[in-house]
Design a protein around this ligand. Structure first.
Ligand code: ATP
Ligand code: MG
Length: 311
């Protein structure tokens, strides 16, 4: 296990920023950390890295206890901060060289890594330019580059796609998937539900310093999934087909109205194929269904809309 956080408490005066927070990450996993403003995501990240002392609980990173002093832990973590931290008036190459040297890389290794990383972040052609001329997305990619020069085993990214162009965003999402498949563990914090859906192997939903739900996308959705509704329009509805459907084990309710079968099933809609084959002799005109997504999970569990709160 790469990371284990166990019942961590962090107080800012009398404000509880982390409230018995527990989470885990395994090798090569992408962990999505989802939560509204002030949920405690950045505080959680800083505690993991050892940048912020916490009050209670325990954090183990790479099997070592996080006490804020362990340089071995820090040296294996890459941290993409919420605010972009690069030097605007130093060239991209000098930025990479500077951050690489902070991690202890020396020539010629540093030189090689700069070129490898420039390729990964798609800035090979722009190494001699200054970020003051870059787009937001390019700055963000350079910022990510600066945090991966030392080949971190754990890469923590705090909202890395806020305010950037779609192309850079896709670039970053692909990078996250690739780096995880190479064995790096990634903790990915975002306000964008669809990003977390796209990249995360496991998702932690945080609110008010606490994990309120965790699991794979499927597990989370099945947690809030009440019933799914399948709507099948046919040319001519028949009562005996309703009885046939109701005889199937996974069907709770069938309502016929205006040549439409409204079928309610517990859980997912994987049964739709069977329903279609029962109703096919009636001449199917249209099939529709609605399934909850991560947005619905978030809304149900926190009572908050995440998207409205993007800065
Ligand atoms: N240095 C600090 N001093 C006092 N309170 C703080 C400090 N840092 C964070 N907090 C408070 O702790 C809570 C959690 O903040 P944190 O920055 O971890 O949230 P977040 O989930 O990262 O939010 P955002 O999505 O806005 O980045 C907030 O209520 C915040 O105001
Ligand atoms: Mg934050």
């Amino acid at each position: 296990m790469i990371l284990k956080m166990d019942n961590v408490i962090k107080r800012f005066n009398d404000h509880l920023a982390l409230n018995y927070l527990s989470l885990e990450a395994n090798k090569g996993e992408v962990i999505g950390l989802l939560g509204p403003n002030g949920a405690g995501k950045t505080t959680c990240i800083k505690s993991i890295i050892g940048l912020l002392p916490f009050d209670e609980g325990e954090i183990y990173v790479f099997g070592m206890k996080q006490d804020g002093k362990n340089q071995k832990i820090k040296s294996k973590i890459g941290y993409v901060t919420q605010e972009i931290t690069i030097y605007e008036d130093m060239t991209a190459k000098d930025n990479l060289a500077f951050f690489g040297s902070l991690y202890g890389l020396k020539k010629p290794e540093l030189e090689n890594r700069i070129h490898e990383v420039a390729k990964i972040i798609g800035l090979e052609e722009r190494l001699n330019d200054r970020p003051s001329r870059f787009s937001g997305g390019m700055k963000r990619r350079l910022n990510i580059g600066c945090s991966i020069l030392h080949n971190p085993q754990l890469l923590i990214m705090d909202e890395p796609t806020v305010g950037i162009d779609p192309q850079s965003r896709n670039y970053i999402l692909d990078f996250v998937k690739n780096t995880a498949s190479d064995g790096t563990t990634v903790i990915y914090t975002s306000h964008y539900i669809e990003e977390v859906e796209a990249v995360a192997d496991r998702i932690y939903i945080m609110d008010q310093g606490h994990v309120i739900a965790s699991g794979s996308l499927r597990e989370l959705i099945s947690r809030i999934q009440g019933d799914s509704h399948i709507l099948v329009d046919v040319k001519m509805a028949r009562e005996d087909k309703k009885d046939e459907l109701l005889a199937m084990p996974d069907i709770n309710e069938v309502i016929i109205k205006d040549n439409q079968y409204h079928i309610i099933v517990p859980g997912g809609i994987s049964i739709v194929d069977k329903i279609v084959s029962v109703l096919a002799p009636l001449g199917i005109v249209n099939v529709n269904s609605k399934q909850p997504n991560l947005e619905d999970v978030f809304l149900t569990l926190t009572g908050k809309q995440l998207r409205d709160e993007v800065k």
